[in-house]
Design a protein. Structure first.
Ligand code: AGP
Length: 609
């Protein structure tokens, strides 16, 4: 987690740092700080709380230097507090460090440094870096950082400045994001592109274990062996406004509303009306290569995992290949049966989720081919994969994932249809029929968004609900899980998702007078069964809000309220049915006065275990 920004140039560093940190608050927001080289010394200002607290302090007392690093924190080692906030310095205050990630062997290093007389003031692993760099510092910051890199273990991205070499910043990355922005007479570093997009579109993507020395007029890169490397500039072609709120009250509702476009964009050049089959960018397999795989593993976390659950249904149904879905943090530690006959599909919006990245590496080590579905171009997961299928959702800022989910589903349909075509499990006509339905999805999502007012009213009336249950069968169960996660994470209402047929094996005991049940009934084959399950909970006093497809009216006579979504093909229903669930969670959170875009205890990109 955590966000890093750095600046060196002619301008005052503080406004650049603050502007950048504002764009990175999604990475963590329990404290923030800056270190600026000003009139011969490094001035550090850091405070517990939101970035606004730091901003207020800096307004009262301006720092004028043109070299600085900034940080927004999501606490791992040590509670959120002023002293645990970054930047951290060595004892003399000559060296300042901001860090994202974890230094695993920091305890051993800390003991050694304490024995040598170093005094620690915080509980963080980061402070070790500042003192350790000091320990190796003999007039050459780059050399000292290289010495430290040879000794530390863990995953990190960090940036260092020194009072004695105010002409540079030094930064490195390992399993945590860090990019370098190239300007004219000024250069930048950041955890993510939006942080510096107001200043430059010319970006260098750091590879694993690369070190960069950033000067005003020069950027030098070194690989793991310390050899200088040349890198190509990556030009960002999306607009800065794409990462801003654009008139909406929250990023989440903006992103929910962006789904018709995001879904459409993710089909561009892949699902074409006038061409047979599916084109998957640079990903291609021969029939023989595909048949060599006896199993597909889909591995992801959170919402991306829920997309993976839909992926299992879809790939098994259309391409007839066995699919296992696993949570990345479980997969990586249980020695899964994966080899060169396994295709691993990794799903991640950020492309930086640490557990997902580690699971990818584990599968790769075991010989599996890796195909990832990623939203952030050039992210670690994208770069570690053999093949990447990007979702074109654009930047997703709200912690709650919405447009990333629907576009991940689109990518999974594309993969399933591609494989079905290759294996011959579907005829060209059957594939084209689903493609035609897919091309209608942007409009159907737009129609589903029209239920806003009803959902807002429902949320107003029920914002004091203690528990909400989400029920579904088959693919609807996967949607129920996503609806339930959204509800929990942003509105803090306890919720459970249940496979409707499983309810009577225990959980139905929790249903009492007035318990809210969200029943998802989009699957024609399972509709009757679901109606029976709705009757069961109604009989125990539940208040049932049903989501069904237009034309399937039977549930109306059983449920308390029925909301209709467009008549979408069963297999594609998750893309449309999830919309009311996202909106409901959103309006519940707004009604309860929750911090929708930055829910408590969460961060957008989970780059720690
Ligand atoms: C969902 O709303 C969450 N923000 C979370 O579950 C998220 O999907 C998960 O952390 C995975 O993130 P990723 O897609 O960036 O890997």
């Amino acid at each position: 987690m955590c966000g890093i920004v750095g600046y060196i140039g002619e301008k005052k560093a503080v406004p650049v740092l603050i502007g950048g940190l504002q764009k990175l608050e999604y990475r963590g927001y329990d404290s923030a700080g800056v270190a600026v080289f000003d009139q011969g010394v490094i001035e550090v200002r850091k405070f517990k709380g939101r970035l606004a607290v730091l901003e207020q302090h800096l307004q009262k007392e301006s720092l004028n230097g043109s070299l600085g690093i900034g940080h927004t924190r999501w606490a791992t080692h040590g509670e959120p507090s002023d002293v645990n906030s970054h930047p951290h310095t060595n004892c003399s205050g000559d060296i300042a460090v901001v860090h994202n990630g974890i230094i695993e062997n920091y305890m051993q290093i800390k003991s050694m440094l304490i024995e040598k007389g170093y005094v620690f003031v915080s509980e963080t692993d980061t402070e070790v870096l500042a003192h350790y760099i000091d320990f190796y510092y003999h007039g050459d910051l780059v050399e000292a950082v290289k010495q430290v890199l040879a000794k530390i273990r863990g995953s990190y991205a960090f940036a260092v400045i020194s009072r004695r070499e105010p002409d540079k910043m030094v930064c490195v990355r390992k399993e945590n994001p860090l990019i370098v922005g190239a300007g004219v007479g000024e250069n930048f570093i950041a955890s993510d592109i939006p942080a510096i997009l107001n200043h430059t579109r010319n970006i260098y993507l750091l590879n694993e274990n690369e070190l960069a020395v950033i000067e005003k007029e020069k950027i030098t890169f070194f690989d793991e062996e310390g050899k200088e490397v040349k890198k190509d500039i990556f030009e960002v072609n999306w607009d800065v406004s794409a990462a801003e709120k654009g008139g909406y009250e929250h990023f989440m509702i903006k992103e929910i509303n962006e789904q018709p476009k995001a879904v459409k964009d993710t089909m561009t050049s892949r699902v074409l009306e006038d061409a047979d089959g599916i084109k998957l960018d640079k990903f291609s397999l021969t029939k023989e290569q595909l048949e060599k795989f006896n199993k597909i593993y889909i591995v992801a976390c959170g919402t991306a995992f829920h997309a993976g659950m839909v992926g299992k249904y879809v790939i098994e149904k259309l391409a007839k290949i066995t699919v296992e879905v696993d949570i990345a943090s479980e997969f990586r530690y249980r020695d899964p049966i994966v080899d060169d006959k396994t295709l691993t599909i990794i799903i991640s919006q950020s492309g930086e989720t640490l557990d997902t990245l580690a699971a990818l590496k584990e599968a790769k080590k075991k010989g599996s081919r890796i195909l990832s579905i990623v939203n952030v171009v050039g992210s670690s997961i994208a770069r570690e994969s053999h093949d990447v299928l990007y979702t074109w959702a654009g930047p997703e800022i709200a912690v709650a994932s919405t447009k990333a989910y629907t576009t991940q589903l689109i990518a999974l349909y594309e993969i399933a249809l591609y494989m079905a075509g290759l294996k011959g499990t579907m005829t060209a006509q059957e594939i084209n029929a689903i493609k035609d339905e897919m091309l209608k999805l942007p409009k159907m999502v737009e129609d589903a968004l029209k239920h806003k007012e009803t959902l807002q009213k429902f949320a107003t009336r029920n914002s004091n609900a203690k528990d909400v249950f989400f029920l579904g069968r088959g693919i609807d169960y996967a949607i129920a899980m996503e609806g339930s996660l959204k509800m929990k994470e942003i509105s803090y209402v306890h919720s459970e998702a249940y496979a409707a047929g499983e309810l009577k094996h225990g959980t139905i005991a929790l249903i009492e007078q007035g318990t809210i049940v969200l029943a998802v009934l989009t699957q024609d084959e399972l509709y009757e069964k679901m109606v029976s399950n709705v009757k069961e909970v109604k009989a125990r006093g539940a208040f049932v809000f049903a989501i069904a497809k237009e034309g399937n009216h039977e549930v109306e006579s059983v449920a308390d309220y029925t909301m209709y979504i467009p008549k979408v093909a069963d297999i594609l229903a998750p893309v449309v049915a999830v919309i009311p669930l996202q909106l409901l969670a959103y309006y519940m959170a707004v009604e309860k006065g929750c911090d929708v875009d930055k829910p408590r205890n969460l961060a957008k990109s989970v780059t720690v275990e």
